[in-house]
Design a protein around this ligand. Structure first.
Ligand code: NOJ
Length: 546
């Protein structure tokens, strides 16, 4: 087993973690202060979302310098200290590589846009306008609006899969690839323990750019036109050879749309990365995984289970990053449980799955405290760029502004980006200044200090689960098998290693349900209710031993 297989990973959104200066946004010194807290969760690595210099149009995913630290987060000395202090506690720091695009403020783009003949002229994806002056294709960017932006200076359009300020790099150019590999190696030389690699499925573009089937706004989702284009694996194998191969690190790539059956090409020895974040279970409410927030359907439990089971099976011989939350998704208690479910029970129920599926559990800051969504009053209160895009898309589809806002409430990425709730003091102890996003209204009941003192809190449940998982060879390596698949009420699966067998049972409803026959007689190891009944209570979750 590798070190990243028998410990959890803790994901930090630095801007919202802990502010040590009163400026209203979090910083590296705040993370250093909380290393013991993170260790208490059994984490062996911290994944930091981007901390590089950035105009912050997309909160750091628009990078203007790949080998420096944004002064808002601190200095390179702070970073080195973080690596060292984390190492003392057996924690590695994992950086986010955003290599599909840069910021439009990156020196490379500034040069590239200046003429058609400069030395970086083909470092990005430039195309002429159509004869009528319109964009080269009808592609819609992931954040809404055209995926093409006209550049007056160069008299051409450039492609941006995400925001206008995030021009796509041209990976066909070997100099671009080399510059990116050099940047990754710069961080390895500083001692980082791995990489999460952003939006990797988009780096290879098709040979011919053609219009796609238009939707209600006349545009076609760029994702469907460029994701996982044939030939992408050649680039990725080169990336592996130049950067990761033979190093004691792990890589986890964000790969929306790689199907479970294609996973062996992407992960493990034959593949490129150690793990892949695919989206099948978190996008189960969207038809074909297309994220139109206002078109989300209620989750069918059997669909969610089918997605998880397919991923578990596809990674039987490799490895899987287990997650229900990250900085792009709403809080899982709202996402996967009925509105009337008790949020603490729901948080513990999801944690029970997180720590008992086969793979490395990824905990997203606040998930371990049972954070719930925090809807803001008006669309103007949202910082998240995709919330604005989705608000417009919903209205283009005929929704009223009120209904469009309701969809934003449910799915906005800001739900997961509100400041960490450390204690019951002003701003939940996150900042002494003005927090960049509103602090959750419920912070006095739900924060690390309160939960630290409560033996029955979500936080302490996470600690127990993590300790159990990290010391159990069955939970780390055992075979996964799903039971009771057709049930729309419970999720049941076993983990088996030799003659040892554990079983996880979770009631996804808010009513009592029968205990599956297979469990009768088994011993309960841990659960979100202290006692035991011969049926499952609302939102009950438990791990049984045979
Ligand atoms: C995925 C990241 O997780 C998300 O936050 C970002 O907006 C896009 N990629 C673009 O980099």
């Amino acid at each position: 087993m590798e070190w990243w297989q028998n410990q959890a990973v803790y994901q930090i959104y630095p801007k919202s973690f802990l502010d040590t200066t009163g400026k209203g946004t979090g910083d590296l010194r705040g993370i250093i202060e909380k290393l013991d807290y993170i260790k208490s969760l059994g984490a062996g690595a911290i994944w930091l979302t981007p901390i590089y210099p950035s105009p912050m149009v997309d909160n750091g995913y628009d990078i203007s310098d790949y080998t420096a630290i944004d002064p808002r987060f601190g200095t390179m000395e702070d970073f080195d200290e973080l690596i060292a202090k984390a190492k003392e506690r057996g924690i590695r720091i994992v950086m986010d590589l955003v290599y599909n695009h840069t910021s439009d403020e990156h020196a490379w783009f500034k040069e590239s846009k200046s003429s058609k003949t400069n030395s970086k002229s083909d470092w990005y994806i430039w195309r002429d306008a159509k004869p009528d002056g319109s964009a080269p294709t009808n592609w819609r960017s992931i954040f809404g609006g055209s995926a093409w932006e006209w550049c007056e200076e160069r008299q051409q359009y450039y492609l941006h899969t995400f925001a206008i300020q995030q021009p796509d790099l041209n990976w066909e150019n070997p100099d671009v690839r080399q510059a990116l590999y050099d940047a990754a190696n710069f961080w390895l030389d500083r001692g980082v323990g791995g990489f999460r690699i952003d939006a990797i499925v988009y780096i290879k573009k098709p040979k011919n750019f053609v219009d796609g089937e238009p939707d209600s706004d006349g545009k076609s989702n760029v994702h469907n036109m460029i994701a996982a284009t044939e030939g992408i694996l050649d680039f990725l194998h080169e990336f592996k050879r130049e950067v990761f191969e033979g190093k004691d690190i792990f890589t986890v790539a964000e790969a929306n749309s790689v199907k479970p059956e294609d996973l062996p090409e992407w992960v493990g020895e034959r593949g490129v990365f150690d793990m892949l974040f695919e989206f099948s279970h978190v996008n189960v409410m969207f038809d074909n995984g297309e994220e139109f927030w206002h078109r989300a359907k209620p989750i069918k439990l059997s669909d969610l289970k089918a997605a998880l089971t397919a991923s578990q099976k596809a990674t039987r011989n490799t490895w899987y990053p287990i997650y229900f939350e990250n900085h792009d998704k709403p809080r899982s208690v709202n996402n996967f449980f009925p509105d009337d479910a008790d949020k603490n029970l729901a948080a513990k129920a999801l944690a029970t799955i997180l720590f008992t599926l086969r793979g490395t559990p990824f905990i997203y800051q606040g998930e371990e405290l049972g954070f719930a969504n925090e809807p803001f009053n008006s669309i103007d209160d949202y910082d998240d760029i995709s919330s604005h895009g989705q608000y417009d898309l919903a209205q283009a589809d005929g929704l009223s502004p009120e209904d469009a806002l309701r969809a934003v409430h449910k799915f906005s990425r800001d739900n997961a980006r509100t400041p960490m709730q450390w204690d019951s003091s002003i701003n939940a102890g996150f900042t002494s200044g003005k927090a960049w996003l509103p602090v959750h209204k419920d912070f006095k009941n739900c924060n690390a200090e309160v939960e630290e003192r409560d033996a029955d809190s979500v936080l302490n449940f996470y600690r127990r689960l993590s300790a159990l998982r990290n010391s159990s060879d069955v939970l780390i390596g055992g075979e996964y098998e799903e039971l009771c698949h057709d049930s729309e009420e419970i999720y049941v699966f076993t983990r088996t290693l030799g003659d040892k067998k554990l079983c996880t049972v979770v009631n996804f409803t808010t009513h009592d349900v029968e205990l599956p026959a297979q469990i009768k007689g088994a011993k309960k190891l841990l659960g979100n209710y202290a006692d035991e009944k011969n049926y499952l209570r609302e939102t009950e979750a438990a791990i049984y031993e045979f």
